[in-house]
Design a protein around this ligand. Structure first.
Ligand code: NIG
Ligand code: FE
Length: 417
């Protein structure tokens, strides 16, 4: 691929605005970064390469959305309305709504219909600079439907300019046909579904919803053991609605991440720190179910646990397709700082995928996956609400997205002047 020097840009290679390089340049050959630094220091050997002028924009690593349930059928706006009328998320789940209602819609949908619905959610994420995304199953809950979901996830990764990492979340909820037989369902997950899907190459990691409306510690442990037999990394939806000790269990299995964590205690924080387990915070879900228990930011900071932020894109608790909005919520609701929020969607999110070697930072020898932002300062990424700030997305050195030009309000505009 043609070598290119990207210049006239401000570079934030680590996701930490404090380590930025003003008036920087980036030399890319064959999709890989071969040099980066101050433009004035660009070595003579790159001076004759073709150039791309980024007009003073900011460049960050491509964003990483490390926790999504992007592939599902239907939507749950009706339950949203029920909650507005006073019902709680848990009450709706216990009455056969919630996750199980999305399971019905997902099972009924064709693979093509699921693909189209998920693609419509993926595109706004990509237009906001996402170059790597995790996609969970967990709305199929039988072998064929989980397979269908994971195949759609893989297909998205083949057809869109994004690296997709799949997670098998068979233990997301109890499917109706196993009502009252949760342990039997866990047998099915461990002995039939996981081995089959792993053999088909559809599983990069394994997740469990450990919660009083999900699965117990003992059941979660069985799923983790099954993952370990396949050498698959694990992660957990933990301490979302109550403290169950899930995060500590996940840490015992060296989980990549424990996610949600509003009810996490200090013992869990310490266990995560010792295991290198990333804390994935999901401010969209916190906001959308109007949780009031804040995740323990101070404990996570004190024990130096890396914190990632993600959309949790799902129909029940976070119908969100903007990682920038999640940065804004992490800042406003959780009081995360701008550097924390930005690293939460870059390096630390890559770490949560177990792929910090490929994603989340820009350095010599790494693939040139970056987002170009039309902002004066990086704080705008967390500050702005709802305006498209991403001007361009580059993946492997190639521009894969460019924001359409503004200028609606000129004499050429259909809006007139
Ligand atoms: O991440 N906590 C469990 N799973 C999802 C919600 C799923 C749903 O309500 O459909 C979550 O919040
Ligand atoms: Fe989730």
């Amino acid at each position: 691929m043609n070598p290119t020097v990207w210049h006239h840009l401000n570079l934030c290679p680590q996701g930490d605005p404090g380590e930025s390089v003003a008036d920087a340049a980036l030399a890319v050959r064959d999709g890989t970064i071969v040099w980066l630094g101050e433009r004035a220091a660009l070595p003579a050997e790159y001076a004759t390469w073709p150039r791309e002028d980024l007009a003073g924009a900011w460049v960050t690593p491509g964003l990483v959305d490390c926790h999504t349930h992007l592939v599902y059928g239907g939507q749950r706006a009706d339950e949203f309305a029920m909650r507005l009328a006073g019902a709680s998320y848990e009450e709706i789940a216990r009455k056969g709504g919630g996750i199980v209602s999305t399971v019905r819609a997902t099972r009924a949908a064709s693979e093509d219909a699921l693909y189209a619905a998920a693609a419509a959610r993926l595109e706004p994420l990509l237009a906001e600079g996402v170059t790597a995304i995790e996609i969970k199953s967990g709305y199929g809950l039988d072998l064929a439907s989980e397979r269908k979901t994971l195949r759609v996830a893989r297909r998205l990764g083949e057809r869109y300019p994004v690296s997709v990492y799949t997670t098998f979340l068979g233990a997301h909820a109890l499917p109706p046909e196993f009502a009252g037989r949760a342990d039997d369902y866990i047998d099915e997950v461990c002995e039939r579904m996981l081995p089959a899907l792993a053999d088909e190459g559809l599983v990069d990691a394994v997740d469990v919803f450990c919660e009083r409306i999900g699965f117990s510690l003992a059941q979660s442990e069985r799923v983790f053991d099954a993952a370990a037999r396949r050498n698959l990394p694990v992660k957990m939806h933990a301490e979302q609605l109550s403290l169950s000790g899930g995060a500590a269990l996940a840490a015992r299995y060296r989980a990549l991440s424990a996610d949600h964590l509003e009810f996490l205690d200090e013992a869990g924080v310490i266990a995560m720190k010792d295991a290198g387990t990333v804390a994935v915070l999901l401010p969209g879900a916190y906001y959308f179910i109007r949780e009031t228990q804040l995740p323990p930011l101070d404990l996570l900071r004190r024990h130096d646990v890396p914190i990632a932020i993600s959309t949790d894109c799902n129909p029940g608790t976070s119908p969100a397709t903007s990682l920038l909005l999640m940065m804004n919520m992490a800042a406003t609701l959780f009081r995360m700082t701008v550097p924390e929020a930005l690293q939460g969607v870059t390096r630390h999110a890559a770490h949560a995928l177990g792929r910090a070697d490929v994603h989340g930072t820009l350095a010599v020898g790494r693939r040139a996956d970056f987002a170009v932002w039309s902002v004066e300062t990086l704080a705008e990424l967390a500050y702005t609400m709802g305006r498209p700030l991403c001007a361009r997305v580059v993946r492997g050195g190639t521009t894969v997205y460019e924001r359409p030009a503004y200028g609606l309000c000129t004499h050429e505009s259909p809006f007139g002047r």
